[in-house]
Design a protein around this ligand. Structure first.
Ligand code: NDP
Length: 480
């Protein structure tokens, strides 16, 4: 497979003619080559996006809505192909891609196709009717969209859909580690009839092509999802032009399990929240804190369920955990497990690579791993691991639970398990995170604001919040 740039509706090689190998995580085999783009490719994509911008931004919301509905329809026709490609490229189970992630990419287009028809502006007449002030929103121009490798099409379309619905044109950079569904998207956009140049997709290294997008003087806004350290570089690059910037960054999410919770449900859902997509979801629970009196009971159910997780061929129906995304990422996970042992932690299950038959024997698989007994200051409890490793610790009181959960540089999300409704509200309101789930995980309404606090991000995405980001709001005051 040759992954080429998609500029102005056409596929083309990187100007440098250089490529980067594409690996399949489940087999560790090279399955393709990816265009290694640089600043000159970014310049060309920006010119294409700029050229169509006056026309695209002048379409009515109804016209843009229709275009987005057509894209959703075209994606839906290719759901299985996209899900298969996502699974092969990222290592995730095929059924996860088919049942959750690609449908969500489709829903992203449908949601914003509909929302753009129902936006409202505000108006304030003066009390004596001598003047009227009202707000008016305008698209901004060429948006730079940079996305990570864990939920490739899902997160890329979560940016493309609101950006173009609002009337912007875009230059995107998906992760070089998982480029395939973004590459397939180009053809699907053409087949859906989207005018050339509205969406341009570039492939290559973040440090080259991503950085060039972040710095580009003709890109006035950047929406980025990825790691916190990369987010800081994006923010720095955006300073000279004071670009509008939205950053969705890393997390170290706590799950608080109180003794009055439905322990079976909490244990089963915590398995899902810790290990779905091999734990490679920014919202996965990474630190589980259980009230002392039920710790043993919880651990018994939790560890038993974790050890039954089926790991292997991402295409197989029974597989619950596929391969990690890359060799380097597995090495990072292994280094944290080694550190946990050094810090005095106890590995209750996992902690090593599984033994799998060919063709998966060399794939980047890693067993779901549960660790207890770590001191509070262990880096394993403080740094984002972003893989199938979860720690379990205990707490005595509600106050201590809140303190432990908040004792982090990150503030992305948290999960609270309790049957006490007052406690659920009280604790959720005191947690310094962008999203708290109570007795659930990953239940998501696309209209709600999504975004982390502290080092987990800047700004909010979702519904009106995304449209707000992708438009400039002006106030117009008229004397009557
Ligand atoms: P990275 O920060 O490494 O990369 C994210 C994207 O940025 C990739 O496309 C990457 O390209 C690109 N990039 C890398 N360096 C630069 C640069 N200097 N300038 C511009 N772009 C650059 O994150 P990962 O892909 O490793 O994704 C994992 C991280 O994403 C985790 O921290 C996770 O928590 C976070 N995340 C946050 C979410 C949220 O909503 N808050 C959701 C999902 C993930 P390349 O891959 O080619 O290097």
């Amino acid at each position: 497979m040759e992954i080429k740039n998609f500029i102005n509706g056409h596929y083309q090689e990187a100007k440098s003619k250089k490529t980067i190998p594409l690996y399949e995580p489940a087999t560790a085999k090279i399955v393709g080559q990816i265009a290694a783009s640089n600043k000159s490719d970014v310049d060309e994509a920006v010119q294409a996006a700029k050229a169509i911008y006056p026309w695209w931004s002048a379409r009515t919301p109804e016209q843009r809505s229709q275009a987005l509905f057509k894209i959703a329809e075209r994606l839906e026709q290719s759901l299985e192909e996209l899900a298969r490609a996502e699974s092969k490229d990222q290592g995730k189970p095929y059924h996860l891609a088919k049942e959750i992630e690609i449908p969500r990419a489709i829903a992203n287009f449908r949601y914003f196709a509909s929302l753009i028809l129902h936006t409202q502006e505000s108006a304030r007449p003066k009390a004596d009717a001598s003047a009227l002030s009202y707000t008016f929103r305008k698209p901004i121009g060429v948006a730079g969209l940079i996305s990570p490798w864990n939920l490739p099409l899902y997160l890329l379309t979560w940016k493309i859909a609101p950006a173009i619905a609002a009337g912007n044109t875009v230059v995107c950079k998906p992760s070089e580690i998982t480029p395939v569904t973004a590459y397939l998207l180009g053809d699907l956009l053409n087949e859906a009839g989207l005018p050339h140049g509205v969406v341009n997709i570039l492939f290559g290294l973040g440090s080259e092509v991503g950085q060039a997008i972040a710095e580009h003087p003709e890109i006035p806004l950047i929406s980025f999802t990825g790691g916190t350290s990369t987010g800081k570089k994006i923010l720095e690059a955006s300073v000279p032009k004071i670009k509008k910037t939205s950053l969705e960054l890393g997390g170290k999410n706590a799950a608080l399990i109180f003794s009055d919770s439905d322990l079976s449900e909490a244990a089963i859902q915590s398995v899902r929240s810790s290990f779905q997509n091999q734990g490679e979801i920014c919202l996965c629970s990474s630190r589980i804190y259980v009230q002392e009196e039920v710790l043993e009971k919880f651990l018994e159910k939790f560890v038993r369920t974790v050890s039954l997780l089926k790991i292997g061929d991402p295409e197989a129906k029974e597989t619950q955990m596929g391969a990690l995304v890359s060799k380097e990422h597995r090495e990072k996970i292994e280094s944290y497990v080694a550190l946990a042992v050094k810090d005095g932690g106890t590995i209750l299950c996992g902690g090593s690579r599984p033994k799998l038959e060919s063709p998966f024997s060399d794939g980047y698989f890693y067993q779901p791993t549960v660790i207890t007994g770590l001191p509070k200051n262990s880096r394993v409890l403080r740094e984002e691991i972003f893989g199938p490793v979860v720690t379990v610790s205990s707490f005595k009181t509600e106050e201590e639970a809140i303190e432990l959960a908040n004792d982090s540089e990150y503030g992305l999300s948290a999960t609270v398990w309790t049957k006490d409704l007052s406690r659920a509200h009280r604790v959720a309101q005191k947690l310094n995170v962008g999203t708290t789930w109570v007795n659930s995980w990953m239940v998501r309404d696309l209209s709600m604001p999504f975004g982390g606090l502290k080092q987990s991000g800047l700004g909010k995405e979702g519904g009106e919040y995304s449209l707000e980001f992708f438009t400039d709001t002006k106030t117009i005051c008229i004397k009557i």
